[in-house]
Design a protein around this ligand. Structure first.
Ligand code: PLP
Length: 398
């Protein structure tokens, strides 16, 4: 007999991104040559000076429990980075480092959201947002944005979604999955609304800060009118190719940081000590490898966009940041190749996986069912081959 599991597990879903990667791996283990464009991680190696710092940390015996919120010199290094790159003033008491930005997000949401509170999330959004909110017994309020507005929420849409029950407004810029990047003026427009809602926290996920194709990264924390309720989420996974190191951080009002520290103290006791020592070197060290990766992502983005443009009935906005395209594929819904009926984006992703042997992710998981997400964090050769296969598979649908 299998005993029951907790009702908590029923509140949320497994990440669709990880599910697709798993299905792709299963096919690969049967000898199928699958190209994985489903996962969101740089295919580059961690820069050498950071790897050296991690090795040195092991040799120097950084092997004991770290302080729960992170080593003081790492929290100080995060403050230096925030001043250097974003002109933001924070103190170590505002910083908590965690096991990836995912844990930073979970800490932050659970620290400020009580059961029944509403959390406004513009769609498309990163798959994990709604699930973390549900796990915290909050209520996700999804606000569908428009492709004409670059998939960015407008001040009017934001205003219409806020109620006395709203505790948090959360978004990512650059956005996973749409690649949208809010400009300073656009953020200012949102701030003008948010000043009238002093009980709403603002969570700004900036994990893709360094993967930006349009210039300067702007944080909503630059606006003094709201800074005392902004929670910045950032980390090393994407910009420094350090996904496996698992280091994320928040910059937040001190009382929120204390709340996150309290939560983390009961769950992980703080992130890996060796990773934390390497993170100091990453944050304060040579940024050239990060900028070079961005240049390379930019070339792949161009390639991806030009190959997609040649496929009929696919509409795609160009991403200003992150490493995904998020094309509208709804014109393929209702079609068939004679064997497979495509009714929605889920069917299309499964069709592409099983017939083109390319893994992508359904837009439904991101709250935008007309789209699929395709990552370009893969080599130029793989991108070319994958798009050739996708194009051939789509051409068979009538
Ligand atoms: N936020 C966004 C928007 C992401 O896309 C991701 C990872 O895909 C994360 C946070 C989590 O990053 P980490 O790997 O540091 O947990």
């Amino acid at each position: 007999m299998i005993m029951n599991l907790s009702s908590r597990l029923q509140l949320f879903n497994e990440p669709e991104t990880l599910k697709m990667a798993k299905l792709g791996r299963e096919l690969r283990s049967q000898g199928v040559d699958v190209i994985d464009l489903s996962l969101g991680e740089p295919d580059f190696d961690t820069p050498q000076h950071i790897k050296d710092a991690a090795k040195k940390a092991i040799d120097d015996n950084w092997s004991h429990y770290p302080p729960v919120a992170g080593y003081p010199d790492l929290r100080e290094a995060v403050c230096v980075k925030l001043k250097r790159d974003n002109n933001l003033d924070y103190k170590p008491e505002n910083i908590v480092v965690s096991t990836g930005a995912k844990q930073s997000l979970a800490n932050a949401v659970w620290a400020v959201v009580s059961p029944g509170d509403e959390v406004v999330i513009p769609t498309p959004f990163w798959v994990t947002y709604s699930e973390i909110v549900k796990l915290g017994e909050g209520v996700p309020v999804l606000v569908r944005t428009k492709i004409e507005n670059g998939y960015k929420i407008t001040p009017e849409e934001l205003e219409a979604s806020l109620t006395p029950k709203t505790t948090l407004f959360m978004y990512s810029s650059p956005c996973n999955p749409s690649g949208s990047v809010y400009t300073k003026e656009e953020l200012e427009g949102l701030v003008k609304v948010l000043v009238n809602y002093p009980n709403v926290y603002i969570l700004s996920d900036e994990i893709y800060e360094y993967i930006n194709f349009i210039g300067k990264h702007e944080s909503i924390a630059q606006f003094d009118e709201v800074k005392d309720r902004v929670i910045i989420i950032n980390g090393l996974s994407k910009g420094y190719a350090m996904t496996g190191y698992r280091l994320g951080y928040i910059a937040a009002p001190a009382h929120v940081a204390k709340g996150c520290e309290k939560l983390q103290g009961q769950i992980t006791s703080g992130t890996n000590a060796v990773t934390q020592r390497a993170a100091i070197v990453a944050l304060l060290g040579d940024m050239k490898p990060t900028y070079e990766m961005n240049v390379e992502f930019g070339k792949r983005r161009e390639k991806m966009l030009s190959l997609l443009a040649a496929i009929p009935d696919v509409e795609c906005a160009s991403p200003d940041g992150a490493f995904y395209v998020f094309p509208v594929v709804k014109k393929y819904f209702g079609k068939t190749d004679g064997t497979n009926q495509i009714n929605d984006a889920d069917d299309l992703c499964m069709y592409l996986l099983n017939n083109a042997h390319v893994s992508t992710v359904t837009g439904r998981a991101f709250g935008e069912p007309d789209c699929i997400r395709i990552s370009f964090a893969n080599s130029m050769e793989k991108i070319e081959e994958a798009l050739k296969r996708i194009s051939a598979a789509l051409a068979k649908l009538h």
